[in-house]
Design a protein around this ligand. Structure first.
Ligand code: SF4
Ligand code: SF4
Length: 137
């Protein structure tokens, strides 16, 4: 695992606890590799994405992912949930709890589901001000 600046690791430990730290560090390391690829897109004004929710979530929506998301960045659409690309901290906690394997890191999204990357982004364009899905609603 790539070493992280101690200040960054301390922030993760303080905010999310030790159990999430390993996942967060791993994802951050992967995110840094991805950053070199996405920086040019960001400069062009595109939204970058970390995790996405794809078609197996449709009409399941059991919200197991919502239960574990530490930053409440998962939102409910009419027939599936979506992850906010700017709010997701790339911790990976949601991926293993999904009972239908609907959550992927963007660059590991199966070929047949890649169009959901754009659908996830479009949801937030079409629904400005939408409230996050939390365990309280
Ligand atoms: S990876 Fe999943 S659990 Fe972690 S912040 Fe993003 S949506 Fe939430
Ligand atoms: S855990 Fe999976 S199926 Fe359940 S709401 Fe989240 S993405 Fe959808």
């Amino acid at each position: 695992m790539a070493a992280l600046p101690s200040k960054e690791a301390q922030v993760i430990r303080r905010r999310f606890g030790v159990s999430l730290e390993a996942a967060a560090l791993s994802r951050l390391a992967r995110g840094r590799r991805a950053n070199s690829r996405t920086e040019s897109s960001a400069e062009e004004g595109e939204i970058t994405m970390t995790y996405v929710i794809v078609e197996p979530c449709i009409d399941v929506k059991d919200k197991a992912c919502v239960e574990v998301c530490p930053v409440d960045c998962i939102y409910e659409g009419p027939n599936q949930l979506f992850i906010h690309p700017d709010e997701c901290i790339d911790c990976g906690a949601c991926e293993p709890v999904c009972p239908v394997k609907a959550i992927f890191v963007e660059d590991e999204t199966p070929e047949q589901s890649k169009h959901f990357i754009a659908l996830n982004k479009q949801f937030f364009v079409d629904n400005p001000g939408v409230k996050p899905c939390t365990t309280k609603n």
